[in-house]
Ligand binder design. Structure first.
Ligand code: DLL
Length: 421
């Protein structure tokens, strides 16, 4: 069936389901005077209200579920740095759908039953570990459920068990590379060939750094707990953007201020509607992630539309003297500089009414005070040229900034950096 026809059929079904089963959707649809009968074309999606993270908070923990508890077989939750976490539920069929999507991700990366997958995403309430695990078992490769942490042991096991695929956050991939170097192990000599990295923003230059240090092809994977977990979109071996699996999700890009839907190619906030989820369908979920859709078909032959690498989250965007800056832009600048390590921290004076921003970054090798001063000036100039803002730069000794085992912390408030360096 044509993908658009399939999407419409599934959209009608899911809209009916949430209207009948979820108090929140019934209420917000009623407020707009919309019923499921108003959805007759894909364009009609625009009539439906957006869903926000706050709706999950208000309906904590179970009221967004469209199935009774006896149909739920699994719960996950997003970390939620502020307030309550977002709780998400899955039916048995949802777990199967998710495993199919994750198997697809692995196939896009060229993984086969002969591969050995070292899965260093965290197992537990976070969707990364188990999401990859079920997809890998479905595909039939050897799955190593190592989870995050104890990095020296990770390196030894990767070597001993002959890992060919690495799955973890991009920042943890770098930590693994660094740990291997300190153990005198050249990871590029190992059979490892591909990495599937996501759960946090990472720049194109970070990709180069990871590929060089690990001697692999590094692919991007995207997803979020509210929508299913990892497996919403991923790169193929062409590395030209992430394919959004359109048989299961409809993607829109909106202007985050006006909420107007933007055309293909325009950058804005990604909005996702799930088409096949049973326990927790989401209608027009505002992800907070900034990207754009690419209309042109990919050379790989996939029918699924692509999006650019995520630039950052709307709530991570810093406004420095009127200029909008995403941490990934600063990261990109740093990665191009000789002698500077890929580990950094942006230290802000105050979250709101932002005035001052400091960039803390490490050198790769120990340097003299003189070289350190020169580097600070050089980085400051470079950031100014590329990003357009003048910021304070503090060059630190190698291995001062805390390494991440999951999602890296890139922004911290001044006075609250204890434990981060
Ligand atoms: O991070 C799911 C996941 C696990 C994705 C493993 C990929 C790999 P949450 O913890 O709910 O779920 O966080 C979702 O993480 O809204 C983005 O802001 C960010 N994110 C996820 N993947 C990427 C990516 C998982 N490839 C939030 N690039 C999302 C940039 C990403 N940001």
């Amino acid at each position: 069936m044509d993908i658009k026809k399939l999407q419409l059929k599934r959209l009608k079904k899911v809209v009916k389901k949430v209207y009948n089963n979820v108090g929140h959707y019934r209420k917000v649809f009623d407020e707009r005077g919309i019923t499921p009968d108003d959805i007759n074309t894909l364009e009609d999606l625009k009539k439906l209200p957006f869903t926000k993270k706050d709706d999950f908070r208000k309906n904590y923990p179970y009221s967004m579920l469209a199935e009774p508890v006896e149909k739920i077989v699994r719960i996950h939750a997003s970390s939620g740095t502020t307030g309550k976490p977002t709780v998400v539920g899955y039916t048995r069929k949802d777990i199967q759908t998710w495993a199919e999507l994750m198997e697809r991700v692995l196939r896009y990366a060229g993984v086969t039953e002969r591969d050995v997958l070292h899965n260093a995403y965290g197992y537990g309430l976070f969707t990364g570990g188990l999401g990859f695990h079920y997809g890998a078992e479905k595909l039939g490769c050897v799955t190593i459920p190592i989870s995050g942490g104890n990095t020296r042991r990770q390196v030894s096991l990767m070597k001993d068990l002959g890992a060919t695929v690495l799955a973890c956050t991009p920042s943890y991939a770098l930590h693994i590379a660094e740990t291997a170097e300190s153990m005198g192990i050249d990871i590029r000599e190992l059979p490892l060939k591909v990495g599937i990295f996501g759960a946090e923003p990472w720049s194109a230059n970070m990709r180069k750094e990871i590929e060089n240090r690990l001697g692999i092809k590094a692919l991007d994977i995207y997803g979020l707990s509210e929508v299913i977990g990892p497996g919403v979109a991923c790169e193929c071996l062409k590395q030209q953007g992430l394919h959004i699996f359109e048989d299961h999700f409809i993607a829109e890009i909106i202007d985050p201020e006006t909420e107007e839907v933007l055309p293909y190619g325009k950058t804005g906030e990604l909005v996702l509607t799930s088409l096949t989820k049973e326990a927790l369908p989401v209608i027009r979920y505002r992800t907070g992630d900034i990207t754009r859709l690419i209309k042109k078909r990919c050379e790989c032959g996939s029918i699924h539309v692509r999006m650019d690498k995520i630039k950052g989250r709307t709530d991570d965007m810093l406004i420095v003297r009127g200029v909008n800056v995403f941490p990934s832009q600063i990261e990109s600048v740093l990665m191009e500089m000789e002698g500077i390590g890929p580990h950094y921290l942006l230290v802000i004076e105050k979250q709101h009414a932002l005035k001052d921003l400091e960039l803390w970054v490490e050198t790769k090798h120990p340097v003299t005070a003189d070289v350190q001063k020169k580097l600070e000036n050089k980085i400051q100039k470079h950031v100014f040229t590329v990003v357009g803002i003048r910021i304070e730069v503090k060059v630190l000794k190698p291995k001062t900034i805390k390494r991440s085992e999951g999602k890296a912390i890139r922004v911290a408030e001044k006075g609250k950096t204890a434990g981060l360096v």
